[in-house]
Ligand binder design. Structure first.
Ligand code: ATP
Ligand code: MG
Length: 267
């Protein structure tokens, strides 16, 4: 591949998937992130917690540059993805989005079949060289198997994705990222629209994907952060207050603010 990529060659295997340095972000004149310095380990699940409005989604969105769609967003500092600053001029957005996939609060499948949903992103990223029908079948099966959905949907791949349950739709939204082989998955409250059973199923899936991908997951659900992540970041008013091993953050938080939050004293 001769195109500029946002990452280093695989052989370099850096320790951190995402590293930010002095990251400030403004929406117009409103500053939403302040001097964020974070190093997120490769191959690990890290959760991001904090009260509403503290900048969790903003941070997540600055790791695949969707914030800039807004036009009035300004950033200072750096966001390295596998040691390459993704705000450098030579970074191609298409390439970056291939490496850094994102899952949103509400599942947002395309109004197309299950099969087409899986192949769409792949098609976009391979610039329509989809390969043979049997290769496509393989891609669909592989992606759906990884999200533990294959057995459930294999006989109805041509059904509209929107007919699936919310839980299945969210799994599909994760599955459709996989054929382009992202290295990082950003998940912004992926379980918030799901019932407890659906939440449990998607959490189980996140564990299945651990190790293969670096996962950064935003959640309001403390129990989920505790169960589903190895490291945890606590943010407050646009700043990182604490970043620790999850168990440590919950059992022996380093700051009073963290303790207050995990004990439910903030909104
Ligand atoms: N598109 C936008 N334009 C202007 N201000 C915004 C925009 N998006 C977020 N903000 C502001 O930036 C701050 C951080 O918002 P953000 O959505 O990142 O918080 P959050 O931690 O994800 O909150 P929640 O838990 O409610 O999802 C808030 O004050 C919010 O009002
Ligand atoms: Mg948010």
């Amino acid at each position: 591949m001769s195109t500029a990529t946002a990452t280093q060659p695989e052989s370099a295997s850096p320790r951190f998937a995402i590293q930010t340095s002095m990251l400030d972000l403004w929406y117009g004149t409103f500053q939403a992130l302040f001097k964020v310095n974070l190093s997120i380990k490769r191959g690990m699940i890290t959760s991001l917690i904090g009260p509403s409005g503290c900048g969790k989604s903003t941070f997540l969105r600055s790791v695949n540059r969707i914030n800039e769609r807004l036009g009035y967003v300004r950033i200072e500092g750096t966001v390295n993805v596998f040691d390459k600053n993704i705000y450098d001029e030579d970074v191609e957005l298409v390439q970056l989005r291939k490496q850094v996939g994102m899952v949103f609060q509400r599942p947002n499948p395309l109004p197309a079949s299950i099969r087409e949903n899986i192949l769409y992103g792949y098609k976009l990223h391979t610039r329509s060289h989809l390969g043979s029908r049997s290769r496509q079948d393989e891609i669909v099966e592989e992606a759906l198997t990884q999200v533990l959905l294959w057995d459930k949907v294999k006989d109805r791949l041509h059904v509209k994705a929107t007919q699936l349950s919310l839980e299945e739709q969210q799994k599909l939204c994760i599955a459709r990222l996989l054929p382009v082989q992202p290295q990082i998955l950003l998940m912004d409250e992926p379980c918030s629209a799901l019932d407890p059973k659906g939440t449990e199923a998607v959490e189980e899936l996140i564990w299945e994907l651990a190790g293969k991908y670096t996962i950064l997951i935003v959640t309001h659900n403390m129990a989920q952060a505790r169960r589903a992540s190895e490291e945890c970041i606590f943010m407050l008013m646009g700043k990182v207050v604490e970043h620790s091993a999850t168990e440590q953050l919950f059992v022996t938080p380093r700051t009073k603010e963290t303790a207050d939050y995990i004990e439910g004293r903030y909104g």
